[in-house]
Ligand binder design. Structure first.
Ligand SMILES: *[C@@H]1O[C@H](CO)[C@@H](O)[C@H](O)[C@H]1NC(C)=O
Ligand SMILES: *[C@@H]1O[C@H](CO)[C@@H](O)[C@H](O)[C@H]1NC(C)=O
Ligand SMILES: *[C@@H]1O[C@H](CO)[C@@H](O)[C@H](O)[C@H]1NC(C)=O
Ligand SMILES: *[C@@H]1O[C@H](CO)[C@@H](O)[C@H](O)[C@H]1NC(C)=O
Length: 336
């Protein structure tokens, strides 16, 4: 059974980004040959298999007798070791990209665990998770009722910094996602959808703003990112390597949560943290909740609003904007 991450929790503040989706990279040649941006290949097929299941009974939070739990904990350790060894390999040490603009970090004081915030990797969900961890389920529920925009703007008692978490050697949760799917998703959100038209002018090196920059191919987008990195520029956090945002090789990276096995990984992590079954059930329930319908209109409205400026409506008819929105949903979201 595949368990898509609850859409509503991953959805953007005012079109900042579309939700991650259970992604299987399409055969790459097909994408690279597809240089027409107007028809990106829909790839919203099956998600990663999720054979982890839990019951809602009290005992489910105990890890001791559960052998699948043990193997999942081993898997987590294995990921952390893999990261650690990779950190000392040439390929990273010699990496061309030296940008070090750190992301924001969370720190649960109650459980002494940190998290590195990466755009597009379920950040709304993590805010909810940390609220629930430190302030309890009731606060989590209140947060769910708030508007998404206020949710992102809020300052939280668990806000922290790279510098602090590093020096205190706090165990950190690092999010990861298949880099190809992360880049493709960023492309759909920031280039294909006309909400950040300035990026497209940069990608196509168009200086003359009376020309239109609405048709960028994925290949052009990738090439532009590579050129920016080679030129020593700091990349946007939506496509900068996660290790540069999180300082993955400098922090105490104990838990690596993969986008592809998200709810599974969160379940294991919560058990490992020994959270109460009340918190566990609330968080897991929220993660699996289906509230797609209630959030889609908000996203559509946001994208339409963002693309209603003269510089976009001049270049792209309204009908084409709506077509691209629909297309992006087909790509990003599993629509039933
Ligand atoms: C990472 O590797 C270094 C050197 O190989 C080792 O000293 C350190 O204990 C390792 N850290 C973790 C968290 O495994
Ligand atoms: C990394 O850099 C070192 C020293 O400059 C060099 O000896 C090594 O071959 C490089 N490794 C790779 C994979 O480029
Ligand atoms: C910009 O493009 C428009 C339309 O092609 C053209 O008329 C104008 O001369 C160009 N401006 C510059 C500064 O090149
Ligand atoms: C987990 O938490 C419970 C109380 O919530 C406590 O009794 C138990 O000792 C804890 N287990 C571990 C391994 O910390």
């Amino acid at each position: 059974m595949s368990t898509p991450v609850s859409l509503s929790l991953l959805l953007p503040t005012l079109g900042a980004s579309l939700p991650p989706w259970p992604f299987q990279p399409p055969p790459k040649p097909a994408i690279f040959q597809n240089t027409r941006p107007s028809t990106p290949t829909p790839t919203a097929s099956g998600g990663a298999p999720d054979d982890f299941s839990h019951t809602n009974s009290e005992d489910s939070v105990l890890i001791s007798k559960d052998s699948s739990m043990v193997s999942q904990l081993n898997e987590l350790e294995q990921r952390s070791r893999h990261l650690n060894t990779t950190c000392f390999k040439d390929v990273l040490l010699n990496a061309t990209y030296k940008g070090t603009e750190r992301g924001r970090f969370f720190h649960s004081k109650v459980y002494n665990i940190g998290y590195c915030k990466v755009p597009k990797v379920g950040s709304t969900f993590w805010t909810l998770l940390f609220t629930t961890l430190d302030n309890g389920v009731d606060f989590g529920k209140k947060l769910l009722e708030k508007k998404r925009s206020s949710l992102h703007a809020g300052r939280y008692s668990f806000s922290s910094s790279f510098t602090y978490l590093k020096s205190a050697k706090v165990p950190i949760i690092l999010p990861t996602r298949d880099p190809y799917s992360r880049l493709y998703s960023a492309f759909i959100d920031k280039s294909y959808l006309p909400i950040r038209i300035n990026t497209n002018y940069d990608v196509l090196s168009i200086r003359n703003k009376s020309l239109c920059a609405t048709d960028v191919s994925f290949q052009e987008f990738l090439q532009w990112i590579l050129n920016e990195a080679k030129a020593g520029k700091s990349l946007d956090r939506h496509w900068a390597p996660i290790y540069s945002i999180c300082g993955s090789c400098e922090v105490n990276a104990q838990y690596i949560a993969k986008q592809e096995t998200f709810s599974n990984d969160i379940g294991v992590l919560l058990k490992k943290l020994n959270v109460s079954s009340e918190k566990y059930n609330f968080i897991m329930h929220t993660l699996e909740g289906k509230r797609i319908q209630s959030s889609l209109p908000g996203i559509v409205a946001t994208i339409l609003e963002r693309s209603s400026g003269a510089e976009i409506s001049r270049c792209m008819p309204w009908l084409e904007v709506t077509r691209r929105i629909w297309r992006s949903f087909q790509i990003q979201v599993k629509l039933y």
